[in-house]
Design a protein around this ligand. Structure first.
Ligand code: NAP
Ligand code: F7E
Length: 373
């Protein structure tokens, strides 16, 4: 029997963001604060009390942090009961695909059961009709792809412990939507990057290395599968879509992508070009090398250490539905602009780190010589 739907849109604007310290959480916080939301974020206890991506927001009015962990249902229930949010953005995850092969059980606990813990807390607290939920689903669900490009109807074929866990998250969101009339949605986001991207994801690893090599701080960059293809967008553009999905009339699932695809090799070529180094590729497979055309030096090599037991190699999204139904523009920031933003930021970062290191060395020297006390 079809149940009657009654989704309230209240005037309170209270967002709870899990994963607030991550790349997307930080951009989404800025976006929602601009829109006049009270933003509450979930943080985990860490031995280091510094959260670089949100440090500039801490202490601001309307920005609040709470300790909880997606692997701890009591803490999840506690924070949702305390905040009583009108929107939850579940961005928390063990988000590194390669790491999910090393920590598969933890990945499943957080990325799969963690989603259930949030849904069940909302239900048990009686917030089903007042709280909308966004789940950070992923293009990794398409995995060993069964068609290109991928849209909302493409069959899933998850191909890593991360993707299998996220598949549970995707389906449990749909299940709670149907079973309890919850406004719960999946954003199936393709890879999105930025100057705040974690340093071990391939794009950031490349832009940081290009900047370090240019400034003489690193000799070589080692990568895995250079032929892997991704649909890369800009994270700042993608968080807008998370919000749009929750402002829609009805709960639904959307592919968020640019509709354009590039290889890891192409990303590296463009990143090095942006620091003034032209790469020429020679060889194949594990013997392939990226050589500086001007000097003949090998700057990029393949290391099988970065090969994955199963790799997803052909992701390419079709954002037609998001464009038509949400009015979202998938190409606000082009691929070329994205690479430039990341490279320019890393060039500054590497130079600033170097300046800070020089100050430290000088200070140590001065202290040693008794110049400053
Ligand atoms: P990210 O930078 O790796 O951030 C992950 C966040 O999750 C961090 O704030 C982390 O906290 C938090 N977290 C991890 N385990 C947790 C736990 N047990 N309890 C509470 N918080 C926990 O990831 P992102 O790139 O911003 O991605 C955001 C979400 O979108 C993730 O769910 C990811 O799987 C998904 N996604 C990302 C992409 C992409 O291309 N970026 C594409 C599709 C989907 P700490 O800082 O304490 O570690
Ligand atoms: O790998 C290849 C690697 O780690 C991209 C997460 O945000 O997006 C991300 O997952 C490709 C893969 O991202 C290296 O084999 C080559 O084919 O940057 P990545 P990912 O695995 O696509 C999805 C949508 C998410 O949901 C995830 O949370 O690049 N690759 N050489 C390499 N990858 C890495 N990390 N390091 C290398 O040296």
């Amino acid at each position: 029997m079809q149940k009657q739907t009654n989704y309230n849109m209240t005037t309170r604007k209270v967002a709870l963001i899990t994963g607030i310290t991550g790349q997307d959480g930080s951009y989404l916080s800025e976006f929602l604060l601009e829109k006049g939301y009270d933003v509450h974020g979930v943080i985990r206890r860490s031995s280091v009390d510094f959260r670089p991506r949100i440090a500039h927001l801490e202490g601001k009015p309307h920005f609040h942090l709470h300790y909880a962990d997606l692997s701890d249902s009591m803490s999840v229930l506690g924070v949702i009961g305390l905040v009583r949010p009108t929107e939850i953005y579940n961005l928390a995850a063990q988000s590194h695909v390669q790491v999910s092969f090393d920590s598969p059980e933890y990945t499943a606990d957080v990325d799969a059961v963690g989603v259930l813990r949030i849904l069940e807390a909302v239900r048990q607290l009686g917030l089903t009709s007042s709280c909308r939920i966004y789940q950070a689903s992923t293009s990794e669900l398409y995995g060993k792809v069964e068609e290109v490009p991928q849209n909302e109807n493409t069959p899933f074929h998850p191909y890593s412990p991360y993707a299998v866990a996220k598949q549970y998250g995707y389906w449990i969101v749909k299940e709670y939507r149907d079973a309890y009339n919850m406004f719960a949605c999946n954003g199936i986001l393709f890879n999105h990057e930025s100057e705040r991207r974690g340093e071990t994801f391939v794009t950031r690893k490349i832009t940081l290395a290009a900047a370090r090599i240019k400034q003489g701080k690193q000799d070589k960059l080692y990568l895995g599968n250079l032929s892997s293809r991704r649909d890369w967008g800009y994270a700042k553009d993608y968080v807008q879509c998370m919000w749009l999905i929750l402002q829609n009339e009805k709960p639904d699932d959307f592919v968020i992508a640019t509709g354009k695809q590039h290889t890891v090799r192409e990303f590296a070529t463009l990143a090095f070009h942006n620091v003034g180094i032209e790469l020429e590729w020679q060889g194949e497979g594990a013997d392939e090398k990226g050589i500086d055309k001007a000097t003949g030096k090998t700057l990029v090599e393949v290391s099988p250490d970065f090969y994955r037991p199963t790799d997803v190699v052909n992701l390419w999204g079709d954002p037609t539905k998001a464009r038509a139904e949400l009015g979202w523009n998938p190409t606000q920031t082009t691929f070329e602009e994205l690479v430039k933003i990341m490279v320019d930021s890393d060039m500054k970062k590497v130079a600033a780190d170097d300046a800070a290191a020089r100050v430290r060395v000088n200070l140590e020297e001065y202290l040693e010589k008794g110049i400053v006390k």
